[in-house]
Each structure stands twice: as structure tokens, then as C-alpha cells.
Design a protein around this ligand. Sequence first.
Ligand code: ADP
Length: 267
Amino acid sequence: MLYTHTLQISYNNCRVLFIKPTGARWRMIRLSQISKSYELVEAVQRVDITVPPGCIYGIIGRSGAGKSTLLRIMSLLETPDSGEVYYAGERVDTLRGRALLERRRKMGMIFQNFNLLGSRTVAGNIAYPLEISGAPGKHIERRVAELVEMVGIADKLKARMRELSGGQKQRVAIARALAANPEVLFCDEATSSLDPQTTRSILALIRDLQQRLKITVVLITHQMEVVREICQEVAVMDAANIVETGSIAAVLDSPKTTAAREMFYVP
Ligand code: ADP
């Protein structure tokens, strides 16, 4: 493989040298002092997070901790009350109109309930974002064929959503999220409604795609087996704050906070 770009960043007080293969579009995501309230509820309070480029990053915490709010802000679905969001050094939380749409096109998202269109076939669901962006029909057809192959459902191209299992639906959702060739994939409790075996196969697929496509993955989950299986770095959220961050090995081996200990070790 050709290596043409290198990127040097400071992370956890270390100088880290990332070698970027040709064609990869790794982005470091940085949140600085992000806060968000809903009426009397402070959902996120002065949160700082750095997601290293090309990482599978987990945000964990109990229900109500503020994970979804943080993910919506990171994926530019919601604006913070204060604070800043940066992608590869570019401030993005202030983007509006066409610039915001362009930036959002570089992000894919999958959800616990799949959010698929029941009236469309597998092909129609995957084609949907490409149709919205005005891509020509021939390109859409080619891309959909590529994507179903990539996620392992090439035989289901014409199937309707009601004919698919949960795991197959999530594969459709992953293909749709990747249709516009994003740099980041956000996963919002993406395996929470799946059985353990299907969960493992979806996680293996996400890990494989992350490696092959060189995308950054940010996921929120309350499933600790998901974190153990797939995440390289984690942030632990508790009561609207990030209380602990680090490599999965460090946080698992010696959690520093009660919130982290409770997440990993209390059944
Ligand atoms: P988590 O994803 O960790 O369960 P959330 O980000 O969904 O946490 O919620 C954090 C807090 O913010 C909760 O108290 C929740 O009720 C509140 N909250 C989240 N979204 C809204 C909203 N749109 N309107 C009002 N309150 C909200």
C-alpha cells in the first residue's frame, strides 16, 4: 500500500504519528466545552472529547447520562448552547444551509430501530440518500449493487423490509449510511434490539468496514459486551459530564470512577 500522508497530533500528552494510506479520509473530531440544556434539564455540561482519526470510539453511560444528546451534537443534528465542534481542525457547529448539508453528507448514521422506509425495497432504501442528493440513475444502480455486496445482502436486493430479520435490516441501514461514502459512521445503540449472535455479526461487519474504508466510528451504547468487542477508546458519561476517557484496556483494567466501575462490573 502507498503511504502518502502523515499526521502528527498530541493526544493524552503523547505525540502520535498517524500514517494515512492514500485515499483514506480520517478526521480527528474534537468537542470543546459543549453544553446543552432542555428547559430545566442540563443534558450535557462543558464536555471536552477528542476522537482520534480512524478510531472506533465508544461513549458509554447509563440511561439519561446525555449520550444521545452528545451524539446529535457531534453529528450536527443539533446545535449546542455553547462550545465548539471541530472536524480535522475546521469548526463545524456554526455551519448553516448548504455548507451544513455538505458536511452532513460526510457522516452516516445508524439507529437501534433501523429507521428504514417500509414502503421501499432494500435497493430503494439504500438508493434513497443518493436520490436526494441528485445522483444520476446509473451511478445509483452501480453504487447500490456495490453496497449490498459489501454488507452481505446481495441476494436481498428486491426484498421488502417486512421480509428481513433484524440483522438484515441493520445491514440495509449500514449500506444506506455508507451510500454517500462518509468519513464518519455514528451508531446510536445500533445493536440494542438484536440477539447476541446477530450483534456479534453486525459488530464484525462494522469493524471490517471501518478498516477497509478507513472511516472513524463513534458509537453510543449501554451494552458493555459491544464496548469490549469493538471499541478502541471510550468515554464514560455520567450526569451530563464525561467522567473518564481512555483506551478500552486502560478503562477496563483500572476504572478510575464509580460510574465506569458500575458500567463494567455491576451486573
Ligand atoms: P442518554 O442518551 O444517555 O440516555 P439523553 O441525551 O437522551 O441521554 O438525555 C439526557 C437528558 O436530557 C435526559 O434527562 C433527557 O430526559 C433530556 N433530554 C434529551 N433530549 C431531550 C429533549 N429533546 N427534550 C427534553 N429533554 C431532553
